[in-house]
Design a protein around this ligand. Structure first.
Ligand SMILES: [Zn+2]
Length: 293
C-alpha cells in the first residue's frame, strides 16, 4: 500500500450554459509517499482554463500561477488522465478537507464527462490531523487551515510556497509523517467503491417541511409532559417555520400547557430528528392565550 496526497488549485468561473459558477480546476498537484512517508515522486500539471475568459487576480496572487502559465497548460481531461497514469495501484488518496472532492465531482460532471480522477481509498487528512491534534490536547476549530495546523504542530514551511499544489502536498506529507498512527489512520480510510461514497458526499441534507411526509415517523410526533411524564394531548396542528414544526400540548395530570417543536433533517439515508419541549410564552396583558403578534 502506498499513499498519495492530492491538492488542487481552482478558481471560480461563470458557466453560462448552467447559469452558475463552478470552481474550475487549474492545477493538479500530488506527492507519492512510501510506507515510511518519504516523498518518492511528485506530480504537477497546470490546466488551461476552459470556462470563463479570465482568472481572478486573487487566484494569480494566491497561487503564483501566472496567466501565461495557464495559457501554456494542458486541458483538464489530459491532466486527469496523466495523473491517473502516474498513480500507483492500491494507494490511499488524501486531500486536505473534502472540499477538493466536491470540486473533483463538479468538474468531472460538468467539464470532463466520462473521465474521472482515480480515487479508490480515501482519507480526509484535515479531519485525521484535527483528531490527532485534539488527542494531544490542542484546541482545534473545525476546518483548520493547512498553514495553521503546520504552525501549531511545529512543521517548518520556510522556503515553501503555500497554495501551490505541490508545496501544499509537501506540508501535508510532513504532517502525516509526524502524526501517523496506524490504527487510527486506517480506521478513517474509506473505500470509495462502497456505500455510494460519492453519491452520499454529493447529497445535500434537507429539512422536511411537510408533516405528512413518508419520512416522518408518526410516533416522533407525540410528546409527554416534561413535568410528570404522562402522555400529553396535542392542542393545535403542527405549524412549520424555519426548519421546525411547532405545536402546543396539554397535560391533564398537571393541568398545564406546554409547547413543543420538532425538526426532521433528511440525509442520504438517514433522518435526524430533534425534539424540544419548552414553556409557553407568558401571556401578555391583553394578549390572548399566549399568542404573539
Ligand atoms: Zn404533567
Amino acid at each position: 500500500m502506498s499513499y498519495t496526497i492530492l491538492d488542487l488549485e481552482w478558481d471560480s468561473a461563470y458557466l453560462p450554459a448552467k447559469d452558475r459558477y463552478i470552481n474550475q480546476i487549474l492545477q493538479i498537484g500530488a506527492v507519492k509517499l512510501n510506507n515510511n512517508f518519504k516523498v518518492i515522486d511528485t506530480f504537477e500539471r497546470t490546466v488551461r482554463p476552459s470556462v470563463g475568459d479570465k482568472v481572478s487576480d486573487r487566484f494569480v496572487k494566491l497561487t503564483g500561477i501566472t496567466r501565461d502559465d495557464l495559457a501554456a497548460g494542458v486541458p483538464l481531461s489530459t491532466a486527469v488522465l496523466e495523473y491517473n497514469a502516474w498513480l500507483d495501484e492500491d494507494t490511499v488518496t488524501m486531500t486536505w478537507s473534502k472540499s477538493d472532492l466536491y470540486t473533483v465531482m463538479d468538474n468531472e460532471k460538468t467539464l470532463i464527462k466520462g473521465i474521472k480522477f482515480n480515487i479508490e481509498y480515501y482519507v480526509d487528512l484535515q479531519s485525521y490531523i484535527q483528531s490527532e491534534m485534539r488527542l494531544m490536547g490542542h484546541e482545534v476549530k473545525s476546518q483548520i487551515a493547512l498553514s495553521d495546523a503546520a504552525e501549531k504542530l511545529g512543521i517548518k514551511t520556510d522556503g515553501l510556497e503555500l497554495h501551490t499544489a505541490k508545496d501544499d502536498s509537501l506540508v501535508c506529507a510532513a504532517l502525516l509523517k509526524k502524526y501517523f498512527n496506524k490504527k487510527r489512520f486506517f480506521e478513517m480510510v474509506e473505500d470509495t467503491s462502497q456505500n455510494n461514497f460519492f453519491k452520499r458526499l454529493a447529497f445535500k441534507p434537507e429539512f422536511i417541511d411537510d408533516i405528512n411526509s413518508k419520512y416522518i415517523n408518526k410516533q416522533d410526533l407525540s410528546f409527554n409532559c416534561n413535568k410528570c411524564g404522562n402522555t400529553a394531548e396535542q392542542k393545535e396542528p403542527w405549524k412549520y417555520r424555519n426548519r421546525w414544526f411547532f405545536s402546543s400540548f396539554y397535560c391533564k395530570n398537571c393541568n398545564r400547557e406546554f409547547a413543543a417543536r420538532i425538526s426532521f433533517k433528511k440525509g442520504y439515508d438517514t433522518i435526524t430528528v430533534k425534539r424540544k419541549v419548552f414553556e409557553k410564552k407568558k401571556q401578555q396583558a391583553g394578549g390572548k392565550n399566549g399568542e404573539e403578534k
